[in-house]
Design a binder for this molecule. Structure first.
Ligand code: ZN
Length: 297
């Protein structure tokens, strides 16, 4: 059965805490859990506020969005990745800030931006991530040529890259900020299109249009029977479009009505860690499997 994971990349010190207050209310109302990946630099500025908003409920899994959002490897869209020393700092300091502020262990790292195929092919970088104590990373967040949307790639071990104990847990679909904003058009889907669904012809204008797009991604994952789907969301972007954060309410209502169970990144990681062979692997969903061939029109 397909799980849905609500998650948020919390990276704007001014707007994200305001959004987090509203998101907390929604998650409590629906009793649906979520993972918050928090940027270290935001925790340095707003740690006590965020602890108050997010810290005292079991609904929230708090993990790291690196220290300062630097690129953990080269990106075709955004440029060269940081040095190995900087990479170590991004991971270790980001993780430590979560642990210091929330007084709980941090085992998951969501990278800034994300990459096609995550950190595959980067054994040296992966070894550093493991040395710094991460148990899972979420870096496989882009389509071919590091484009957006991301696909529906499922969790895989980095066994082919000399870090067999490290799990990749991809994020899926549109990054919500890109789905809304004209100026991000340059990041869009590669041509020819790989997926024939869930790609609108213009940015969405309100949460209701946004939900129509996101629903297609959720439905597709469910139809394929994938283990999980987790669309990439940013509290600042949600809040800018509507301070009531009602896109999240739409999605919560939908997964509830469809009886789609909700979990968190860490909860799913623990299930996989208890039963490593149950991890679907990098070929459970591939871009190639979606690629349309045949008719020209
Ligand atoms: Zn980010």
């Amino acid at each position: 059965m397909t799980n849905y994971i609500f998650h948020y990349d919390l990276e704007n010190a001014e707007i994200c805490p305001k959004a987090a207050v509203v998101l907390r209310e929604l998650h409590e109302k629906f009793q649906i859990p979520a993972t918050f990946f928090c940027l270290g630099k935001v925790l340095e500025q707003r740690g006590p506020d965020l602890l108050k908003i997010l810290g005292d409920t079991d609904l929230f899994d708090i993990q790291s969005h690196t220290y300062s959002h630097q690129l953990l490897r080269d990106s075709k869209m955004h440029g060269p990745g940081v040095s190995l020393d900087e990479l170590r700092k991004e991971v270790s300091l980001g993780k430590r800030l979560v642990e210091d502020v929330f007084q709980r262990e941090c085992i998951g790292i969501r990278s800034g931006c994300g990459f096609y195929r995550g950190l595959q092919g980067e054994p040296e970088r992966l070894a550093i991530v493991v040395e710094e104590g991460a148990k899972y990373i979420s870096t496989d967040l882009r389509g071919p040529a590091d484009s957006i949307p991301s696909g529906l790639v499922q969790a895989y071990w980095y066994d082919e890259d000399a870090s067999p104990g490290l799990l990749e847990m991809p994020g899926h679909g549109w990054h919500d900020n890109v789905l809304k904003m004209e100026e991000f058009y340059c990041l869009l889907s590669p041509w020819p299109r790989y997926v024939e669904w869930g790609i609108p012809r213009r940015p969405v204008k309100n949460p209701e249009e946004e939900f129509e797009v996101q629903k297609m991604w959720i439905d597709h994952a469910v139809q394929l029977g994938l283990d999980y789907v987790s669309l990439v969301y940013h509290p600042c972007s949600i809040f800018r479009m509507s301070p009531d954060c009602r896109i999240i309410e739409h999605m919560m209502r939908y997964v509830t009505d469809q009886s789609i169970p909700a979990t968190t990144y860490t909860q799913l990681y623990r299930q996989y860690a208890d039963s490593p062979a149950s991890v679907p692997g990098r070929n459970a969903w591939t871009w190639e499997s979606e690629k349309q061939t045949g008719d020209l029109w």
